[in-house]
Ligand binder design. Structure first.
Ligand code: T4K
Length: 370
């Protein structure tokens, strides 16, 4: 038995001493939130780092998702994936929008682009795909479909910080892309999030919406919400940006170690990155098949007994949750790949300061579990 468990992730933090001058500045200025100086600096630094036209910072990714849907005035039905974190679909319900679930592809765990057209109805207004585990969606095809049917395309890019395809950021795709900077993500500000958009007018609307709809002291232009990022989060974000490249390379080294060691374990499948993709090492999902001596849940329990707290992202499938399962698109017959994947997936620990000894211990348990 091990006294200190190893969790799925351990948030990256810079040395505390490096953050103290930022804190002192906040304390001295007494400017704590509402587009303060750190907010403005971080927004600009992030825009440059990500290589995108506009960034709107948020208190968390869920508020950013909810606001993205408001910003584009999405209504009716939205086509989305059941294989994601609950926030994706909850953001639709909170806006009074009906999610229509479409099955996923086995290789990326993302929306299957070949099934989308048959799910479009007269009430469909948008597609909300997720770059699951940072795996890029079939974006070209998704854009074609959106253009053909006049639909908006909003990416949940919560897992895709720093991911590029052929040198271009994934966040350039679609009408909007939404990021999460939650503690468990590749890049964190404790809690936090952002919307990436392509034009200044839309940025302005999003900025109004995240500040209750205020355009100035006396003008409220929309029923907005409080989605603002605080100065504490923004200052931390500014500092974290200096470390994120190193944090990603440390994650990718662990990714390679797992991938190499587990490549030939019967019944274990590691998801591969497509050619041209520069990944971020955010997650390390395994699919546990019939040839493996244990079921996925038995392996989960075995690892836990060894002090390794892995997670079944994304199980249960969202379409099986009580608030969704009555919907026509939620039936398992409509979602065979997602259903099977949710039953087989297990995400292994991966984070920048996960030591090689622990990685090897995880590898040994997965390779010979009995
Ligand atoms: N869209 C997608 C596709 C998402 O994955 C998410 C969030 C969102 C939207 C929404 O973005 P945010 O509103 O969250 O910004 C976690 C996170 O809370 C959630 O942010 C994340 N996705 C989801 C995939 O995972 P839980 O409930 O599974 O996390 P929890 O608390 O069990 O933590 C996981 C592991 O991390 C633990 O085993 C221990 C470790 N941990 C966690 C925290 C919070 C730490 O070491 N330190 C910490 O501070 O949801």
């Amino acid at each position: 038995m091990h006294d200190k468990p190893t969790f799925l992730t351990r948030p990256y933090l810079p040395p505390l001493e490096a953050f103290l001058p930022y804190l002192r500045e906040i304390w001295d200025s007494r400017w704590l939130t509402n587009a303060g100086p750190f907010h403005e600096k971080f927004e600009e630094a992030l825009r440059k780092y990500l290589g995108v036209p506009h960034v709107c910072l948020f208190a968390n990714g869920t508020l950013a998702l909810m606001t993205a849907l408001q910003a584009l005035r999405i209504t009716g039905e939205v086509i989305t994936t059941p294989y994601t974190f609950v926030a994706t679909t909850h953001a639709l319900l909170w806006n009074g929008i009906k999610p229509v679930f479409v099955d996923i592809r086995r290789d990326t765990c993302n929306l299957d682009e070949t099934l989308i057209e048959s799910a479009i109805t007269a009430r469909t207004t948008a597609i909300l795909p997720v770059h699951c585990y940072g795996n890029p969606c079939a974006s070209q095809r998704l854009q074609q479909i959106s253009d053909t049917y006049g639909l908006k395309l909003i990416y949940d890019a919560a897992h895709a910080f720093g991911v590029s395809v052929d040198g271009r950021s994934l966040l350039e795709q679609g009408d909007l892309a939404v990021l999460s900077f939650h503690a468990t993500k590749v890049f964190n500000t404790f809690e936090g999030g952002a919307i990436v958009c392509h034009d200044a007018k839309l940025k302005q609307r999003i900025d109004y919406l995240k500040n209750f709809g205020f355009a100035d002291e006396v003008t409220v232009v929309a029923p907005g919400i409080n989605g603002k990022m605080s100065e504490f989060q923004a200052a931390l974000g500014l500092l974290q940006l200096q470390h994120v490249d190193l944090a990603i390379s440390a994650r990718l080294a662990i990714d390679r170690r797992y991938r190499q060691a587990l490549a030939n374990v019967p019944g274990v499948q590691c998801l591969a990155s497509a050619e041209g993709v520069s990944p971020n090492g955010g997650y390390f999902p395994l699919l546990i098949g019939a040839a493996y001596p244990l079921s996925r849940d038995q392996l989960y329990e075995t690892l836990r007994r060894h002090g390794i707290h892995v997670r079944r992202y994304f199980y249960p499938l969202i379409s099986n949750l009580p608030m969704y399962r009555g919907m026509a698109s939620a039936g398992p017959a409509n979602l065979p790949v997602a259903t099977r994947t949710a039953e087989q997936v297990l995400c292994l620990p991966i984070y920048p300061d996960l030591d090689a000894k622990t990685v090897d211990r995880v590898i040994n348990i997965v390779s010979s579990p009995c």
